[in-house]
Write a protein that binds this ligand. Structure first.
Ligand SMILES: [Zn+2]
Length: 404
């Protein structure tokens, strides 16, 4: 409490009056926030909820995930690395610690070359158990919720049938029930039928259900439009519907607009909207159902496409204005991008990110000993800037091939 008050006071010299009101609100309401953890739906009804960002891609860059397999064995092999990333998102302002259980079904783990001889210990049950513990430990260091995450299982596209796919989902549901996660989140689904099965599995838990597909304006891999996907997710029982991964924030928001209009036309008003796009610019993929992994730069040369934090702020504002209330990121979204979102929406949320003591906004550049940085101490400077790549040779857009 003492450090919160000190932070609030320090902000007075650098932030506009609207944010000072936020600081005052934060100091006075901290005690209440400690008393009871509000649930997802209650939070969404009261304002934006900030998701977390990139795990599998970021942990690959840090040396804890194998490229190609993109599976989460690090939960068991390097738990401290996973916990550290959770902590960075918490400090950046995430309200949700999503279990690092992407691609953690037994049939996916078995496909990972790294795991072929380790299934005795590295399996769905063990991995999900520990992933829940790691997420919960860090969530309890702040005011965050724990989301049990599920993703597509290879058995669906291998046409092993609904019974097999449901049995893979159910192994995760069993763990999430035992661990008492706050809500469940299905993400990265590419076929609406598998998405509906995932929602059916999640309904057993009787806790809020969030669900997002990795689709753009062209729809899912079965040719179903975003409008139909949104309505079917809602009718299947999802409380929060939307999009994650595959496309940049601005393509994602165009697709979210299509989803929102379809939900309204269908008379569905009870669903909240969520958007967690990738942290790179993917302009040339607007009509390409393959998403960002079709880019020739994926996965080892994506950096020139990286969002700036000004891009992240713009995304947060446009998402909020559209009516999206669960706002976060997916692959490529680093903790500092999430911090930019949390700071942008601080007036609406009534709270700054915990790491605010080291982030006083653009104005902190005026503390520099170099005069040339002083003029950059305003939001306008960064909004007007068109960043350079700093390379002699640079392409504006990639040539895409047609391979799957
Ligand atoms: Zn992703």
């Amino acid at each position: 409490m003492v450090s919160v008050v000190r932070t609030s006071l320090r902000l007075k010299s650098n932030f506009p009056s609207s944010l000072l009101r936020v600081a005052a609100h934060f100091s006075s309401s901290s005690a209440n926030r400690q008393d009871a953890k509000r649930g997802l739906l209650e939070r969404l009804a009261n304002g934006p909820v900030i998701g977390d960002g990139s795990f599998v891609i970021t942990l690959e860059k840090r040396g804890y995930v194998e490229a190609g397999a993109w599976t989460p064995e690090a939960v068991l092999q390097y738990p401290e690395a996973v916990k550290q990333l959770h902590r960075e998102f918490l400090r950046a302002g995430s309200d949700v610690m999503q279990t690092f259980t992407f691609y953690s079904s037994d049939d996916k783990l078995c496909l990972s070359g790294d795991n072929l001889d380790k299934t005795e210990t590295i399996n769905c049950e063990n991995l999900n158990n520990v992933a829940c513990d790691l997420a919960k430990e860090v969530a309890n260091e702040g005011d965050a919720l724990v989301a049990g995450g599920i993703s597509p299982v290879p058995g669906y596209v291998e046409e092993k049938g609904k019974e097999f796919v449901m049995s893979e989902f159910n192994k995760q549901m069993k763990v999430f029930k035992e661990k008492g996660v706050d809500f469940v989140l299905a993400e990265f689904f590419a076929h609406i039928e598998e998405t509906e099965w995932a929602i059916e599995a999640m309904r057993q838990l009787d806790i809020p259900i969030a669900c997002s597909m990795r689709i753009g304006p062209a729809g899912d891999l079965s040719g179903v439009t975003p409008q139909e996907c949104a309505v079917r997710m809602a009718k299947a029982g999802a409380d929060v519907v939307g999009i994650n991964c595959n496309y940049d924030p601005f393509i994602c928001l165009d697709t979210m607009k299509m989803m929102k209009e379809a939900l309204e036309e269908a008379g569905i008003t009870s669903c909240h909207l969520m958007a967690q796009p990738v942290g790179w610019h993917t302009h040339e993929l607007r009509d390409d159902v393959r998403g960002y992994t079709a880019l020739p730069e994926f996965p080892f040369s994506m950096e020139p496409r990286l969002l700036t934090r000004t891009d992240a702020s713009k995304f947060a504002r446009e998402a909020f204005n559209l009516g999206v209330r669960y706002i976060g990121g997916c692959c490529g979204f680093e903790p500092y991008h999430i911090r930019a979102i949390a700071e942008e929406l601080a007036p609406e949320r009534g709270v700054f990110p915990p790491g605010k003591d080291k982030s006083e906004g653009y104005a902190s550049l005026k503390k520099s000993v170099f005069k040339r940085q002083w003029e950059r101490g305003s939001r306008q400077y960064w909004e007007d800037l068109i960043p350079a790549a700093g390379r002699e040779k640079v392409k504006l857009l990639a040539q895409l091939d047609e391979s799957e």
